[in-house]
Design a protein around this ligand. Sequence first.
Ligand SMILES: CC(C)(COP(=O)(O)OP(=O)(O)OC[C@H]1O[C@@H](n2cnc3c(N)ncnc32)[C@H](O)[C@@H]1OP(=O)(O)O)[C@@H](O)C(=O)NCCC(=O)NCCS
Length: 241
Amino acid sequence: MRKNPPEKVSQDKVIFDVSEIEPLLSGPSLHLKPWEPVSVKLKTGETMLIREAKKEEAPLLLSYLQEVMKVDHDFYDIVGARVYAEVLGWYRNRLKDPYTLLGLIDGKLAGFANGRLMNKDINISLHTMAFKRGARVGAIMYYAKTFYAFEILGNKEFWATYESYNGWKRWGVGMAQPSYPWPDYQHELGGARVYYITKEYWDAVVREYIEDYISTKFEKPVSEELLKKNEKLILPEKVEV
Ligand SMILES: CC(C)(COP(=O)(O)OP(=O)(O)OC[C@H]1O[C@@H](n2cnc3c(N)ncnc32)[C@H](O)[C@@H]1OP(=O)(O)O)[C@@H](O)C(=O)NCCC(=O)NCCS
């Protein structure tokens, strides 16, 4: 858009440095408290470590997600494609206050969960994925992010939605989550219903979900040995879901 200036100006060009534009495009951070790694025993007998993803691991994760989005069942394609954009958004600083958790078994990627903060009170759940099926890895990863929201970040609400039947069954039904009126409230993932958990509801029942539903629990602090084993992210050779 162009319009003539209302007064004489001594310079007819105002030039910006891109580093001056960046703070306007990416906004200030809420400086989220870190997720301290936890270990969890799976029903297979394996130990999974849940730790934060490191930014330098994003390109490796993206290469795997490119394969995941080719899977044509159980909604791995749409979720894989959306997670690809979210990981890239985190990597390129185009997602507001994101967090990214990985579930690793001896360093090998087994689960993923991410979200972002709309503000200090509302935590938006983005996605959860199990790359190893049948071990309830996905159920555990989702619990990890609700735990992070309420117990560590001190959020008041957690907003989720579901693309897949498995996701809806695991948490919509598994956690008996209520939903806000639709279409008045729409989740940022495609305008679907917002299912939510409040801090009161978390305290009353959902905190017990991991023991009730998955019959396991988080253990921390974790040993140096376990951290070391899971320091380097290893991708499964193939996507087998
Ligand atoms: C939703 C999701 C994270 C749940 O992961 P999970 O809790 O580890 O559970 P699984 O998907 O492995 O298994 C779900 C159930 O189907 C069974 N199942 C389905 N396909 C299976 C497979 N290929 N191998 C083994 N079990 C399978 C499991 O035994 C399990 O039964 P259970 O309820 O008795 O435990 C996972 O299905 C996933 O990543 N889906 C694609 C992405 C997605 O939909 N994300 C959520 C968006 S809403």
